[in-house]
Design a protein around this ligand. Structure first.
Ligand code: IPM
Ligand code: MG
Length: 354
């Protein structure tokens, strides 16, 4: 297969983990005889510094011309600490999602047996947890009408029936291929937008009698996720709730550095880790590249290349089993592996796997 990939490395640890991800994609492509070409483009703080825009038109064009976007992270403390900044790196990520029409963000939450002890939760609670959060990505408060004044400010949480229906369809699609259980997470006891979600979800549940649908308020869901994470199979929710719940989900796995995601919809799909740019670690060769690498697995799988994805997942599992780990998931007293060294190990595994 021929694949054109737009590489948006972004800020902070982005370029370091992106380099590892690209090496892994190239190694897999060589093994399976695929022809992959890469085009790098600017986004986030790096793009603001270079051209004053966190998602420049040229980057948008590069994304549109590609088959997939391989994205890393955006964000820089110089903007975080300045609430008056007119342009922010995060706007680049939001613009990319909106302009490419990527309304569905697929965030799998999985555990790795050898890392259970890294979870702040008890082993017996997280063992076997395996669910997918389907986060709506182009609506809600992130994109609703806003006002930012000195005396008052507001955001609006607006959803249309069409937006809710299309994200629920994605959730039912996933559930049909998994354990046939959808949990719709909302705040229908308070929010009007959530009541529309629930109404549309109830209609759709009736059309899917083979799939069990339940409804949970977001506050309750956030508790259930740590009390009984194995309860969930497919969770579907609005943009803001999904953002918050998936950070919580990363604690189940033991590290944010382990969770990949895919953003899909109308335009070029984007594959990215769920974590941010971790500016404090920039250039230190300590960032965990596995979430980025697992995003590469999701990329291949999106194009129906299941064996390619499987080989990447095997390489990741093998690296963890061999204690080839970055500091935050290292075994006490184990050897020290940096971002690059983990990457080199993975590439070697892919090159030599039987
Ligand atoms: C995420 C991130 C982004 C979001 C930020 C960086 C804008 O937290 O992808 O979860 O809130 O969507
Ligand atoms: Mg987030």
């Amino acid at each position: 297969m021929k694949l054109k990939i737009a590489v948006l490395a972004g800020d902070g640890i982005g370029p370091e983990i992106s380099a590892v991800g690209v090496d892994v994609i190239s190694a897999v492509a060589r093994r399976f005889g695929h022809e992959v070409t890469y085009t790098s483009a600017l986004c986030g703080a790096a793009a603001i510094d270079a051209v004053g825009d966190p998602f420049p038109e040229k980057t948008f064009e590069t994304c549109q011309e590609a088959d997939a976007v391989f994205f890393s992270a955006v964000g820089d403390p110089k903007f975080d600490n300045d609430p008056t900044a007119k342009v922010r790196p995060e706007q680049g990520l939001l613009a990319m999602r909106k302009k490419l029409g990527l309304y569905a963000n697929i965030r799998p939450v999985q555990t790795f047996a050898c890392l259970l002890h890294k979870s702040p939760l008890k082993d017996e609670l997280v063992r076997g947890a395996d669910f997918v959060c389907i986060r709506e990505l182009t609506g809600g408060m992130y994109f609703g009408e806003k006002h930012e004044g000195d005396d008052y400010a507001y955001d609006t949480d607006k959803y249309t029936r069409g937006e809710i229906e299309r994200i629920l369809r994605v959730a039912y699609d996933y559930a049909a291929r998994r354990r046939k259980h959808v949990t719709v997470v909302d705040k229908a006891n308070v929010l009007a937008s959530s009541r529309l979600w629930r109404k549309v979800a109830q209609e759709m549940a009736a059309q899917h009698p083979d799939i069990k649908t339940d409804y949970m308020y977001v506050d309750n869901a956030s508790m259930r996720m740590i009390q009984e994470p194995t309860f969930f199979d497919v969770m579907v929710t609005e943009n803001t709730f999904g953002d918050i719940l998936t950070d919580e989900g990363s604690c189940i796995s033991g590290s944010m550095g382990l969770l990949p995601s895919a953003s899909v919809g109308d335009g070029t799909p984007v594959f990215e880790p769920i974590h941010g740019s971790w500016p404090q670690a920039k250039g230190k060769n300590i960032a965990n590249p596995l979430a980025q690498v697992l995003s590469a697995a999701m990329l291949f799988e999106y194009f129906g290349l299941a064996d390619e994805g499987k080989l990447i997942r095997q390489a990741v599992d093998a690296s963890l089993d061999a204690n080839v780990r970055t500091p935050e998931i290292q075994v006490e007293g184990g050897a020290v592996y940096g971002t690059k060294e983990v990457g080199a190990w993975l590439v070697n595994y892919i090159n030599t796997a039987k």
